[in-house]
Design a binder for this molecule. Structure first.
Ligand SMILES: N[C@@H](CCC(=O)N[C@@H](CS)C(=O)NCC(=O)O)C(=O)O
Length: 198
């Protein structure tokens, strides 16, 4: 399999975290690309032109990151997404919340790249509020994370890593000490160390 990814993409990082945690490094060849730089190879496989995009060995493309994670998770017995029951919905909700934080943060990053006079402070304020509310919710529900590493923890690690990488200004650590402690511990995992954005 081939994974189109970019080192700065947090959605790609979530997939790469899963690849590392499940020991799939040999099965997945990671191909770095810049989706904004006329990435015709990527666009030929994914009309949205977004990373991550996974190419199966038979040439089938899969996207987006939740779909790729779910597919890769089926390849080995150590499931990071429970197969059924409330445990499954809880992990999927965690992923949705963490991906939503990413969506808001990514929107802010892209908005700030526009000429200053064209940027919408209303939108940026709304996205920042989404992030703050969501981080509060994350901290309040840390005890609902599965006892062993799952797609929920990978999603959270990728999201907090992106806030550090691109948006240091909301200062999420100051208001979320328990979440900070969780992240410091989780960041020491090999998968997190080996997928740092740069
Ligand atoms: N919902 C998608 C989001 C993917 C996404 O937005 N990727 C960004 C990079 S972080 C991208 O490829 N952007 C290129 C573009 O929007 O043209 C996922 O979870 O995979």
């Amino acid at each position: 399999m081939k994974l189109f990814y970019s080192k700065t993409s947090p959605y790609s990082r979530k997939v790469r975290l899963l690849v590392h945690e499940k020991g799939l490094n040999q099965a997945v060849t990671c191909i770095a690309c810049n989706p904004f730089d006329n990435a015709s190879d990527l666009q030929a496989e994914n009309p949205l032109g977004k990373v991550p995009t996974l190419m199966l060995d038979d040439g089938t493309p899969l996207y987006d990151s939740p779909v790729i994670c779910e597919y890769l998770d089926t390849l080995t017995a150590d499931r990071l997404l429970p197969e059924s029951g409330m445990a499954r919905w809880t992990v999927l909700r965690w992923q949705a919340l963490c991906d939503g934080i990413l969506d808001a943060a990514y929107n802010i990053v892209m908005e700030r790249r526009r000429p200053a006079q064209e940027q919408s402070t209303d939108w940026i304020t709304q996205w920042e509020a989404q992030i703050h509310r969501s981080l509060d919710a994350v901290q309040d529900s840390l005890d609902t994370l599965p006892g062993r590493v799952s797609l929920a923890q990978l999603s959270l690690g990728a999201s907090l890593g992106y806030l550090d990488f691109r948006l240091s200004d909301p200062g999420w650590r100051d208001q979320h000490p328990e979440l900070t402690a969780w992240y410091e511990d989780f960041s020491s995992r090999d998968a997190m160390q080996n997928t740092q954005p740069e």
